[in-house]
Design a binder for this molecule. Structure first.
Ligand code: ZN
Length: 68
């Protein structure tokens, strides 16, 4: 392997590592505070930025629902 090929390989690996990091690190996630429609318990639900309706399961009673 010559120097040019080695440098290209290193750059390729770095790009792949950065792409993987971008996928695994979720930036801008928001936490929605919501109240269970069944038992009234407060729940914190993680949601991607810009999404206001998220399906979740109440931590107290286990009811499946969506945040409003
Ligand atoms: Zn509940």
């Amino acid at each position: 392997m010559d120097k040019k090929a080695m440098r290209e390989e290193a750059e390729r690996l770095m790009r792949e590592a950065m792409a993987t990091r971008n996928v695994t690190v979720k930036q801008g996630d928001t936490v929605i505070n919501t109240t269970c429609g069944k038992c009234g318990a407060p729940n914190k639900v993680k949601a991607p930025k810009g999404v206001s309706r998220v399906a979740y399961v109440c931590k107290e009673c286990g009811a499946k629902q969506e945040t409003l």
